[in-house]
Design a protein around this ligand. Structure first.
Ligand code: B12
Length: 236
């Protein structure tokens, strides 16, 4: 595979870890989908006191991105990509509680999920972690989420914001459909709606009548903090 994608080491990673720390074992563990090894190394990194965001960006992403590029170039296929995603998620699961803010009163309630027909959940899991870190109460509905599930959860939780993730050019259609279902249910003005995922754009968000688009997790949080303060119809 000499001409295929190669591992991109994050610039200056050595400056963000104690002397002697080496991420290469974790990069390989995620690449090869060794989730138990990934779990162990992330735990070790946490115990060593390395910043959780550094663990995510410098430790977990390089091996994941390498496999992601190979997957896009059809050098590897679903089984290999799935085991890499599992190793990534093993690491995310350990980081999540560390990043969650201990806010007494949440900044707002955010219902998030990946739309119908779509199984991609790494991106929305990261958005969830960052929102929790910013003090939001987040209800994550997982993947392949039917519009009714978004609606029922938003209603039950009196949500302030709702977010739809989609990674396929075919499933972004369900972002549009889900917004239409909120309109039909008479709930559209009670929540602010955000959309995201690689094939989406500001233009797409405008076209389907979303209130905002988050290019990445940081921007999603900035937007959520702004939108939560904008006027909405109250829940009964
Ligand atoms: C991992 C992966 C998979 C894994 C998913 C595992 C999992 N648990 O998630 C598996 C192997 C299951 C998979 C399957 C398929 N995949 Co896939 N997959 C990917 C891959 C490699 C990475 C996606 C990812 O996780 N990115 C990392 C995260 C962090 O980025 P992100 O999702 O964009 O999220 C960020 C932002 O978009 C934003 N964001 C995300 N969600 C939200 C939500 C809100 C509300 C907001 C505000 C922001 C926001 O913030 C996030 C963090 O910064 C991409 C290619 C690539 N390199 O990107 C292909 C890719 C998305 N897959 C693709 C395809 C075609 C498929 C399959 C159809 C393949 C097949 N032949 O069957 C199936 C579809 C299955 C299905 N029904 O969903 C194509 C899509 C092409 C297209 N435009 O339609 C891609 C682009 C690969 C390619 N180039 O061909 N895939």
């Amino acid at each position: 595979m000499s001409n295929g994608p190669s591992l991109q080491m994050p610039d200056g990673w050595q400056t963000r870890v104690p002397p002697g720390w080496d991420w290469s074992e974790l990069w390989v563990a995620v690449e090869k989908g060794k989730h138990k090894v990934a779990h162990e190394i992330v735990q070790k990194a946490i115990d060593t006191g390395i910043n959780p965001k550094t663990i995510l960006d410098d430790g977990l992403f390089p091996g994941f991105n390498l496999q992601g590029e190979r997957f896009s170039e059809q050098i590897i296929f679903i089984p290999e990509m799935l085991i890499t995603a599992r190793a990534m998620k093993a690491g995310l699961a350990l980081i999540r509680p560390l990043l969650a803010a201990q806010a007494e009163k949440p900044v707002g309630t955010f219902v998030i999920g990946t739309v119908l027909g779509d199984m991609h959940d790494i991106g929305q899991s990261i958005v969830t972690i960052m929102l929790e870190n910013a003090g939001f109460k987040v209800l994550n509905l997982g993947t392949d989420t039917h519009p009714d599930k978004f609606i029922n959860t938003a209603r039950a939780e009196k949500a302030d914001l709702v977010g739809f993730s989609a990674l396929l050019s075919t499933t972004i259609y369900y972002q549009k459909v889900t917004i239409e279902e909120f309109v039909k249910a008479g709930l559209r003005n009670k929540v602010k709606i955000l959309v995201g995922g690689a094939p989406t754009s500001q233009q797409w968000a405008d076209e389907i009548g979303a209130d905002g688009w988050g290019k990445d997790a940081m921007l999603a949080v900035q937007l959520a903090k702004k939108l939560v303060n904008e006027p909405r119809e109250p829940w009964d």
